[in-house]
Ligand binder design. Structure first.
Ligand SMILES: Cc1cc2nc3c(=O)[nH]c(=O)nc-3n(C[C@H](O)[C@H](O)[C@H](O)COP(=O)(O)OP(=O)(O)OC[C@H]3O[C@@H](n4cnc5c(N)ncnc54)[C@H](O)[C@@H]3O)c2cc1C
Length: 492
């Protein structure tokens, strides 16, 4: 601590709109600038390779996330110039009782905000770190890629495809940061074969809440490795990851199977899951207006290089009402959500409030939950969005904090609503809470994405079950001052 402004000749570290910000005033709990009278105790900002700014135009871009349901304006935004900047800022925040969160500002244009849904990346009154400032792809070998955590899956995939390689697990939408999805799980159409993105990590560089910069692997700093993967940013901030790569196929033969009967649909979904006949599987439920039966689809793909596979054995034993087939390149297939996103942006839906709900349902109660839910869910609830629904084996998901239902098979229920512009999101938030309550009665868990209001400590204890002790012990070890990632709202 220091009661004087540092000499004005020092490097400009913190840039405000009208004056250079040089310190945090721990008495008034405001930032001190070169124009601020020196009253109270000042804690000077450390020398940084990047910049820390309190410019309202910048802090405003970190106040909201993709969900557009919350406002958590940070005091300052760090654009790190190095990982050492993150170490310094975490230590600085710890000393001054400030909160810090990484914000995966993936994307460009309309995509200038964290892809969280309900303030999970928020750092209200604290320091938000722009993850995208560190986005270098360091190495690509035949089996691994080492990347900065602010790299997006789109950037990594573009780069690996030029080597004939691909990450085995990709989210449907690729413009998400690697650090962001590794902090929550990262689910996509190959979960049935490879688990979550967290299950494909070989090594992480992490800066803990105590300001230590450590490398963690399955055999070195093992506890921290598991604390970070799916760890909701509670133990440390991931700065670098080494991820598995596999050979990329050239093409994808994609089958869309259509159903109107839930039981038949789920039976075919589980047949495909259990015999592993396709490389990928996702599914969608399409609620209809009252009086019209709900429709369901399975989308599966078989990858190949030169000769398309014979569809007959692939479809044997399945009983859809209709099947459509598309043949496309692997690249087009992996980037397929770009077109969906562009349409929503053009139609004015992208920046509206989007109260998403992501649940993992145990297979034995899934049918009941879906039947009950479909009695109330209308096409307007979905708007221009979708309801993803597909099964996976829970034993593919290996890290203790990526919580799944306690059954061998679970279903992703992902209500990705894009309500019509002008829709009041409050009723949908109440719906989410009610559906969460009912789903948990039936043994479900939430996926850390989505908007579920009023999560209490009891809810979180119930969510984590036996892993609650792991989570709280990790917090005590790696972030005892509760500096990191307050927006997850787990430690209240
Ligand atoms: C259009 C769209 C499509 C999506 N599709 C999928 C999908 O197919 N599958 C899927 O699993 N998810 C999907 N998501 C959800 C997505 O995984 C989450 O939004 C996730 O939060 C990643 O977004 P982000 O990179 O912006 O990270 P953020 O939302 O900024 O971060 C997520 C959380 O992790 C913390 N965090 C971020 N980076 C780090 C880091 N390096 N170290 C420690 N903590 C960190 C943040 O503070 C926050 O708490 C989708 C989201 C959108 C908007």
């Amino acid at each position: 601590m220091n009661n004087h402004h540092p000499p004005l000749t020092r490097r400009t570290l913190l840039t405000g709109l009208t004056a250079t910000v040089i310190a945090y005033n721990t008495t008034t709990r405001t930032w001190a600038t070169t124009n601020t009278p020196t009253t109270g105790r000042l804690s000077p900002v450390p020398t940084l390779d990047g910049t820390l700014t309190t410019n309202p135009a910048t802090t405003a871009t970190h106040a909201h996330d993709f969900g557009r349901l919350t406002t958590n304006t940070p005091h300052a935004v760090l654009n790190p110039g190095s990982t050492q900047d993150i170490v310094k800022i975490i230590n600085y925040a710890r000393r001054n009782g400030l909160k810090v969160a990484m914000n995966g500002q993936a994307g460009t244009g309309n995509d200038l905000e964290s892809h969280s849904n309900y303030g999970q990346a928020g750092a209200a009154g604290g320091i938000s770190i722009n993850a995208r400032a560190l986005n270098k792809i360091h190495t690509i070998t035949p089996t691994t890629a080492t990347v900065d955590a602010g790299t997006t899956w789109a950037e990594l995939t573009e780069a690996t495809l030029t080597h004939g390689l691909t990450p085995p697990c990709l989210t449907d939408y690729l413009h998400l940061t690697i650090g962001g999805t590794l902090s929550i799980g990262g689910i996509g159409n190959t979960v049935q074969k490879y688990g979550l993105q967290t299950d494909t990590v070989e090594s992480l560089d992490i800066i803990t809440g105590t300001g230590h910069h450590l490398t963690a692997t399955p055999t070195h700093n093992t506890r921290l490795f598991h604390a970070a993967l799916g760890g909701a940013g509670q133990a440390g901030l991931i700065t670098r990851a080494t991820l598995k790569l596999i050979p990329a196929p050239q093409r994808a033969l994609v089958f869309t199977l259509h159903y109107t009967d839930l039981t038949t649909y789920m039976k075919d979904q589980e047949t495909i899951l259990n015999d592993g006949r396709f490389h990928t599987q996702v599914g969608e439920i399409h609620p209809q207006p009252p009086g019209t039966p709900t429709t369901y689809t399975i989308e599966t793909a078989t990858y190949y290089n030169t000769t398309p596979p014979n569809p007959t054995p692939l479809l044997q034993g399945l009983t859809p009402q209709q099947t459509t087939t598309t043949d496309t390149t692997y690249r087009e297939y992996t980037f397929r959500a770009n077109t969906f996103a562009d349409n929503l942006k053009n139609l004015g839906y992208w920046n509206q409030p989007k109260p998403w709900l992501s649940l993992l349902l145990p297979a034995t109660t899934t049918h009941q939950f879906i039947q009950e839910t479909l009695t109330t869910l209308t096409p307007d609830d979905i708007g221009q969005g979708l309801l993803l629904f597909y099964p996976f084996h829970t034993n593919k998901i290996t890290h203790p904090l990526t919580i799944t239902p306690n059954e061998p098979t679970a279903y992703l229920f992902d209500l990705l609503t894009f309500p019509h512009p002008g829709t009041n999101p409050q009723p949908a938030l109440t719906r989410n809470r009610n559906l969460y309550n009912r789903a948990t009665q039936l043994g479900a868990k939430r996926y850390l994405v989505g908007a579920i209001p009023h999560m209490t400590t009891t809810d979180w204890q119930h969510h984590y079950g036996p892993q609650w002790t792991t989570l709280t012990t990790n917090k005590k070890t790696y972030d005892p001052t509760h500096t990191l990632t307050p927006g997850q709202n787990i430690f209240q």
